[in-house]
Structures are given as structure tokens and as C-alpha cells.
Unconditional design. Sequence first.
Length: 55
Amino acid sequence: MSRAAAVTPRARIYASDWVATKLRWKLTVDTKEQAALEKMAGDCPDTVVEYEVGP
């Protein structure tokens, strides 16, 4: 059984920015999106998501 490729630095930035946008604007995620984000986050334990709450 082969292991999925590691998350690239570009994908880490994309995922971090995506999560920050969701948090900033208090947007929801569906179950499938949440699972995908959690899987990616598991490969990026040192990535910090920074955001400011939108107006």
C-alpha cells in the first residue's frame, strides 16, 4: 500500500489561508471539507493560522 504524497509548502499556505478566511468571515464547512482540512492539517502540525475577525 502506498502512502499519499506529503503536503507541499504551497498547499500548506493555501490551506492555512483558506482556514483563516473561513474563520475571519465565520463561514461554515461541510463534513467532506472538514475531513479534507483535518487530514491536511495532520501533515502540517507546525502551521499556524492567523486571522482577524471580519467586521
